[in-house]
Design a protein. Structure first.
Length: 264
């Protein structure tokens, strides 16, 4: 059973968590810029027998009160995760992040590595190519669309998603306000964690969807090459959000990694 709870995050900003499972090691899931915590529901249901599962709802994702755009930062996101960990008295955990969630994982390693047992980085990047122009292009498209729903439909339709994933993507993106999404866009695409990679000393699964056109395989290969104890995996049939695009294949790969490295 998935439960939800509001949490006061970094700097007093509201965030939330979807949780499932009461026993075993902690798995912490972090969504991407266009998603919400619900994107991880298939994983919460699949892993709740052997793990305590927590999907973080990052600030600026429709949780009132709406934060100031200046509070929507990579450091703020990491602080939200740490606030949830503290609320549940979690001393150690495996971080599993998709896209922006992978960026947040790097930010967490930078801030508090001692609590991290392992990482799974999905459809993400240590530095996005042409980051400035890419972020500016997204921001311009949002402003031109005039609303998040209009922007979400245009962006989601370019991803070639099946109907159910298209609806889910539009709904999750549309719950955000334009100012929050613009701030989240800046936070997502403009970091550079390449120098951090060689110092990551925990096991890392680096996964990429076979058809990911937003964060293609070369970006996952760069991460895997930089982290000493890493393994690279391509999720067949998946796009940018592999955990939702191909949940059974993603879950099987994640379970193999967890069985090898994390005691349940």
């Amino acid at each position: 059973m998935i439960e939800t709870r509001d949490v006061v995050g970094h700097g007093g900003v509201a965030c939330a968590v979807r949780s499932a499972g009461t026993n075993g090691p902690a798995l912490v899931f972090v969504h991407g810029v266009g998603s919400t915590a619900a994107i991880w529901d298939a994983q919460l249901r699949a892993f709740d027998d052997a793990y305590r599962c927590f999907a973080i709802e990052l600030r600026g994702n429709g949780i009132p009160p709406e934060p100031s755009p200046s509070e929507i930062t990579r450091a703020g996101y990491a602080g939200d995760v740490l606030a949830v960990l503290d609320a549940y008295a979690i001393e150690s955990y495996t971080i599993i992040g998709c896209s922006l969630g992978g960026v947040v994982a790097f930010e967490l390693w930078q801030r508090d590595p001692s609590r991290i047992d392992a990482m799974a980085i999905v459809g993400s990047f240590a530095r996005y190519p042409n980051a400035r122009s890419y972020a500016d292009g997204i921001a311009a498209a949002v402003r031109a669309a005039g609303s998040m729903e209009t922007f979400a439909r245009g962006r989601a339709e370019k991803l070639g998603l099946p109907p159910e994933r298209l609806r889910e993507t539009v709904e999750q993106m549309a719950c955000k306000t334009v100012p929050s999404y613009l701030a989240a866009t800046e936070a997502t695409w403009t970091g550079d964690y390449r120098d951090l990679l060689p110092g990551i000393s925990v096991p890392a699964l680096v996964a990429c969807g076979e058809h990911d056109a937003i964060a293609p395989l070369a970006l996952s290969e760069e991460i895997a090459a930089g982290i000493p104890a890493s393994e690279l995996s391509v999720i067949a049939g998946a796009g940018h959000v592999a955990n939702a695009d191909a949940p059974a294949r993603f879950n099987e790969r994640l379970q193999t990694f967890l069985t090898r490295h994390i005691r349940s």
